[in-house]
Ligand binder design. Structure first.
Ligand code: EPU
Length: 418
């Protein structure tokens, strides 16, 4: 079992280069199943979720080649199966995009219910509603979602909840439906725009991605294309928060500063200086942090995927902060682990009350999910002494070379095999 061991209290300084967006990659790779031709995807993050999806596509019969420069070519010509088993998809939540992509291509799909991080109920009813509206018949048997349609026909679909996954999944399948699909109350996250841009490069006709109404006019065929994935908003945010907690001076490079606005605003409120470049943000912190209140919301609100990292940061602010989680019903499971590092946090339902403490102290802790793992790393960077983080398979799902990137900024962090 590998661990990350951090000896804290090192000031982070310098530049860090942000990888491609995980949550765009995990939608774009399955979407390539529908292309009649070769897709070349650049700026792919080198993370476990991507490796897992590439394996799944290979099992379906696709030819995939991942270069050392993080460029993936996918030739889906010979895909001959519409079934993704539990064994191949259990590790990742985003395996649900195989449903939309296989349904679009074969008008049939059998995909095991997704795995992934556990922070409360993670239903897919809105995905299913959307596929049904497009004409699919759907049953769920023995943990497999089985879908089939004689043909897919475009339809108006109003999402009952703003769901990133349902928006993307329905958008993917609707590309291959006859006629027009309109998704209302759609989510607006950057990776939705990125997936739509990728599909449009393949010949799809999608308009309005990034707004709450997306119009998709179906086409008969999609072709191959070259595409470069956007930078990862959440990885960027994690390093910005790491800079803030370590009294650091860090420039986060290869990002889209607009995607970071909700976090930049909060860090400024807390007393950090934020300098925006065209594709970079510099965060300068003197470690003297003011408490603040944060509410997570769908984009452009404060991202739930930065909530645990923000909790770690607020733990050393001078006073009391409130953090309200509005997206997931149980995303505070990691708090007990942060408490072991000395954080003073009380959770009441969807709200965490965070009392700033004057110092954090290293401890042995376990990651309970991907972003929870990132929060432990951040707390460890500020803690006195050594923090040993277990269950780092979660961190590896979404952060490329985290210990190398942090070490290059001056952190004392190593991966140990013990
Ligand atoms: N929801 C439903 N029904 C559905 C789908 C969602 O009720 O059919 C509810 C959920 O229970 C939740 C809310 O809607 O309360 C939002 O869920 P959403 O569908 O937007 O989440 P997701 O697509 O499963 C993606 C990211 C998550 C991120 C959320 C919210 C991917 C692969 N995952 O999940 O990212 O937290 O959007 O922004 O894109 C992460 O990267 O660490 C991560 C968990």
């Amino acid at each position: 079992m590998e661990h990350l061991i951090i000896t804290g209290q090192k000031k982070l300084e310098g530049s860090v280069y942000i990888s491609g967006a995980k949550n765009a990659a995990v939608a774009i790779i399955p979407a390539a199943i529908m292309a009649n031709g070769i897709c070349t995807i650049e700026n792919l993050p080198c993370i476990e979720d991507v490796a897992c999806l590439v394996d799944t596509l290979k099992q379906l019969g696709a030819k995939c080649d991942l270069s050392e420069k993080n460029i993936l070519t996918i030739d889906s010509t010979n895909i001959n199966s519409y079934t993704a088993t539990y064994e191949s998809v259990r590790k990742i939540r985003a395996s649900y995009y195989l449903m939309g992509a296989l349904l679009g291509r074969f008008k049939k799909a059998e995909v095991a219910l997704p795995g992934g991080c556990n922070f409360g109920t993670r239903p897919i009813d809105q995905h299913i509603r959307g596929f049904k509206a497009l004409g699919a018949e759907i049953t769920i048997e023995h943990g497999m979602v089985k879908m089939s349609a004689k043909k897919l026909v475009g339809a108006p679909i109003y999402l009952d909840v703003v769901s990133v996954g349902a928006t993307i999944n329905i958008m993917i399948a609707a590309c291959m439906a006859e006629g027009v699909t309109i998704i209302e109350n759609a989510a607006k996250e950057p990776h939705i725009v990125d997936t739509a841009n990728f599909l449009n490069m393949l010949g799809a006709k999608i308009k309005g991605a990034g707004t709450d109404v997306i119009k998709i006019t179906g086409v008969e065929e999609l072709h191959g294309a070259e595409y470069m994935i956007i930078p990862d908003q959440i990885e960027a945010g994690t390093y910005m928060i790491a800079a803030a907690i370590s009294s650091g001076d860090v420039t986060v490079k290869n990002i889209i500063p607009k995607h970071m606005e909700s976090l930049s605003a909060k860090l400024r409120e807390m007393g950090c200086n934020i300098f925006e470049g065209d594709d970079s943000i510099r965060v300068v912190s003197n470690g003297n942090l003011t408490p603040t209140n944060v509410k997570t919301m769908a984009y452009p609100g404060f991202p739930t995927d930065l909530q645990p990292q923000m909790t770690a940061l607020l733990s050393i602010a001078k006073g009391t902060s409130l953090l309200t989680e509005n997206v997931w019903d149980n995303r505070f499971q990691y708090v007990n682990e942060l408490k072991r590092i000395g954080c003073n946090i009380t959770v009441e339902g969807r709200m965490a009350v965070i009392e700033g403490v004057s110092e954090l102290t290293g401890a042995e802790v376990n990651a309970t999910d991907l972003r929870a793992g990132a929060a432990l790393v951040i707390a460890g960077l500020a803690a006195i002494g050594s923090t040993k983080i277990g269950n780092i398979k979660y961190i590896d799902r979404g952060y490329e070379k985290i210990e190398q990137k942090l070490s290059a900024l001056g952190a004392n962090i190593v991966r140990s095999a013990e």
